[in-house]
Ligand binder design. Structure first.
Ligand code: G3H
Ligand code: 13P
Ligand code: ZN
Length: 311
């Protein structure tokens, strides 16, 4: 099966009350850990590449790793550009074989966001590539861009119909209280996503797939391992899994996870290094990292996304 776009997987996810996992990939072990978990679960999958990942690992290497995963697993996999910040970057990924792109012009005015999104949509649809756009701003770090919590803003439901109709985008990322990175909520406060905004958005856009960024749950067992084995991540807190499950049962069809992959990999590498100070074979410490990712992604697919056996 070739790489697929996100159209059919979102249609099924919307109707079935589950979400597709969109996992960020940066190297071979991350691709393998994620795709082996999806194979175990018989789950469709989105593998996404940020601008930073593309400059770290190179477009062709990532493309070929994902193609290898398709050959090895036979799963329907979409290869998606995460947080594309320009028409040129989106075009380059479309021309280079990606099946889905995000154009993130959420920091611009509504008019500018519509204009640049439409330009990407007009190009992408010629090649059967699906386009995700964003309305509202999440706090946190994406590539070189750092958005402070006070500059973030929830999506305004009153903008969504005009935005989707005029831009022609295929899915929409909205801001309902998640943020990028491992420090999403202040310690001692109760994390709470704005399901009222999600409900109002989906009432205005019936059947339209919504995307949730910043959706790592920051498993505390990994934070504890990192801290126990020489790391320093006090107060790292993510989105509670039950709230992600609730979002997946509503209009959210794509849930983005990167920080949890980083944590799973880093926790086991830190542990391995401390426990085996004389070892210097990268395979020895990358192997448990990859296994940690696989186990975590399997848990997410089954218990959080509700996406097992959906092929
Ligand atoms: O949304 C951001 C993703 O976690 C990608 O992060 O830009 O550091 O690759 P990155
Ligand atoms: P996390 O930092 O919560 O993993 O979010 C990842 C993301 O939204 C990628 O676009
Ligand atoms: Zn994101």
């Amino acid at each position: 099966m070739p790489l697929v776009n996100t159209r059919e997987m979102f249609e099924k996810a919307y109707k079935g009350g589950y979400a597709i996992g969109a996992f960020n990939v940066n190297n071979m072990e991350i691709v393998q850990g994620i795709t082996e978990a999806a194979r175990e679960c018989n789950a469709p999958l989105i593998l996404q590449v940020s601008k930073g990942a593309r400059s770290y690992a190179n477009h062709t290497y990532l493309m070929k790793l994902v193609e290898a995963a398709v050959i090895e697993t036979g799963l329907p996999i979409a290869l998606h550009l995460d947080h594309g910040d320009s028409f040129e970057l989106c075009k380059s990924c479309i021309d280079g074989g990606f099946t889905s792109v995000m154009i993130d012009a959420s920091s611009k005015s509504l008019e500018e966001n519509i204009a640049i999104t439409k330009e990407v949509v007009d190009y992408a649809h010629k090649y059967n590539v699906t386009v995700e756009a964003e309305l509202g701003t999440l706090a946190g770090v994406e590539d070189e861009v750092q958005v402070k919590a006070e500059d973030s803003s929830y999506t305004r439901p009153e903008d969504v119909e005009e935005f989707v109709t005029r831009s022609g985008c295929d899915s929409l990322a909205i801001a309902i209280g998640t943020s990028h990175g491992a420090y999403k909520f202040k310690p001692g406060t109760k994390p709470q996503l704005r399901f009222d905004i999600l409900e109002e958005v989906s009432r205005r856009l019936p059947g339209f797939p919504i995307v949730l960024h910043g959706a790592s749950s920051v498993p505390q067992e990994f934070v504890e391992l990192v801290n126990r084995f020489g790391g320093n991540m006090p107060g790292a807190i993510g989105v509670p899994e039950d709230q992600l499950r609730q979002a997946a049962s509503m209009a959210v069809c794509k849930i983005n996870i990167d920080s949890d992959l980083r944590l799973a990999m880093t926790a086991s590498i830190r542990q391995y290094m401390v426990e085996h100070p004389a070892d210097f074979d990268p395979r020895a410490y990358l192997k448990p990292g990859r296994a940690n990712i696989q186990a975590m992604v399997k848990h997410k697919i089954i218990d959080v996304l509700g996406c097992n056996d959906k092929i």
